[in-house]
Design a protein around this ligand. Structure first.
Ligand code: SAH
Length: 262
């Protein structure tokens, strides 16, 4: 204790760091700096091994592996308690999360948990999957000729259950919709959008393992996207993009190929 009664190790802010959408070089400069300096790193299942190689060999690693949005509260609380405990020891703690920590990533809940216990936090943004996947697939997520809005949506919940509070009519009127965690429910998500008035021939794509070397993109019209994705054997992680923005993918890809041969 110091004379004024404080502990010798003031609690340092826990950094909730976005790792980006997949490729290890898509983390921010600030995120990488914090990662390299960390004494403790708690990381998710989808974090690239090359990013983990940036963690100091003597640092403590806490695997917070979980897939999907819903996780047993026990695991979540265990992770949160580790963060609180290590921060109170004065250690530099990084909570590394895929994409952006606060886009379908529970970053807000973790920040709340920390703050409620008197532990300061810093949120370091990351390139969220919608942005990363569209960039990698040559889809301009917004385009002046493709509407004026984009919706980011979780497709985790069964579209026919009470847990799902999506406004299908509202989404059907959106020009561009990106659906996270939606692969399992894709057939019914597409059917809901069409039933709510979205044209069945709306251009759409599934981007699997976005920004990674084995990324795959399956294009189709909204009405046939689920079948095409199933035919191709697409598996998680994958994100679904529906809307006019997808129309520009072919044009941009062709132009890019032509430019490369000049
Ligand atoms: N916080 C993250 C999202 C976590 S939810 C972010 O901002 O991106 C997990 C979902 O993100 C997955 O189900 C999938 O829909 C999407 N996702 C994550 N990584 C992906 C990748 N490399 N390619 C495609 N989708 C991905």
């Amino acid at each position: 204790m110091t004379p004024d009664g404080c502990t010798e190790h003031p609690t340092r802010p826990v950094a909730l760091v976005g790792a980006g959408p997949g490729s290890p070089d898509l983390i921010t400069v600030r995120g990488l700096r914090l990662l390299r300096a960390a004494d403790v790193v708690a990381y998710d299942a989808l974090i690239h091994p090359e990013l983990l190689a940036e963690v100091r060999p003597d640092a403590e690693r806490v695997y917070a592996g979980k897939r999907g949005y819903c996780v047993g509260s026990t695991l979540q609380e265990t992770i949160n308690d580790v963060l609180v405990d290590r921060a109170r020891q004065g250690l530099a703690v990084v909570r590394l999360k895929g994409g952006d920590p606060c886009v379908f990533g529970r970053g807000g809940e973790e920040a709340e948990y920390l703050a409620e216990r008197g532990v300061p936090f810093e949120i370091v943004p990351g390139v969220t999957t919608a942005v990363g996947a569209c960039a990698a697939a040559n889809i301009p997520l917004t385009h002046r000729d493709a509407g004026q809005a984009v919706a980011l949506v979780t497709g985790h919940f069964d579209p026919d259950s009470a847990d799902c509070t999506l406004d299908w009519a509202g989404l059907a009127r959106m020009s561009n919709v990106v659906i996270y965690m939606g692969l399992r429910h894709l057939p019914r998500i597409a059917a809901k959008l069409v039933a709510a008035g979205m044209p069945p021939d709306t251009p759409a794509a599934v981007v699997e393992r976005a920004t990674l070397p084995d990324m795959r993109v399956v294009d189709a019209e909204l009405a046939t996207l689920a079948d095409r994705a199933a035919d191709a054997g697409v598996t998680a992680p994958a994100v679904i993009v529906v809307g006019e923005c997808v129309r520009f993918r072919h044009r941009l890809t062709e132009l890019a190929a032509a430019a490369a041969t000049i």
